[in-house]
Design a binder for this molecule. Sequence first.
Ligand code: SAH
Length: 218
Amino acid sequence: MAGVWDPFALVRAQMVEEQLERRGITDVRVLGAMRKVPRHLFVEEALRGRAYGDHPLPIGEEQTISQPYIVALMTQLLELSGREKALEVGTGSGYQTAVLAELARRVCSVERLPRLAERARALLEQLGYTNVWIRVGSGTLGWPDEAPFDRILVTAGGPAVPPPLFQQLAEGGRMVVPIGDPANQVLTLVEKVGGEMKTRECGECKFVKLVGKYAWEM
Ligand code: SAH
């Protein structure tokens, strides 16, 4: 994208300042990534003018791209340095995947809906990301062949931490997952310390349903 004029650069910088910095997002790498990733390309053309608004947006198949602040908050909680191998469950539009790809060494992302996975894969490739792998599958099972993961991010809400995901989290690793009922969840930070699960609640959130063997039924 370097050298190409981006009509959304200014509104994106405003989003970062007004919605993220003012609400306490301080990780400069997260702020930098969100100033860079062209969020408007991850929504359909008719919604591009609203892509930088302070809200989620529909992406088809009854799914949504998360609100910018929630993307920033979850990413900041992961504390990425650039060396990590990360797993994302719920690729959706691929926007969060791109933010992770800016900040981690390698990103594996699982999406259950083939149409969304294909669209995200094509866009991320077009944008030049070479450290992203997207697979269609049931994300509550994780990605055993690629485990362990230093970081895991679940971008749909489930009733509890899916056991396979905790198993696939590396020692000392961090996972962020919305836990609760289908209407409301608590953003939960899970750490693996000496093989044990340590959790911290990090605020309320509202995600689409995590569907699968270790989550909600369809
Ligand atoms: N991070 C995405 C959020 C998309 S919404 C974005 O910003 O665009 C959550 C996504 O999780 C949906 O695309 C939904 O299909 C997917 N999902 C739900 N349950 C899943 C599961 N068990 N495995 C993989 N993907 C799942």
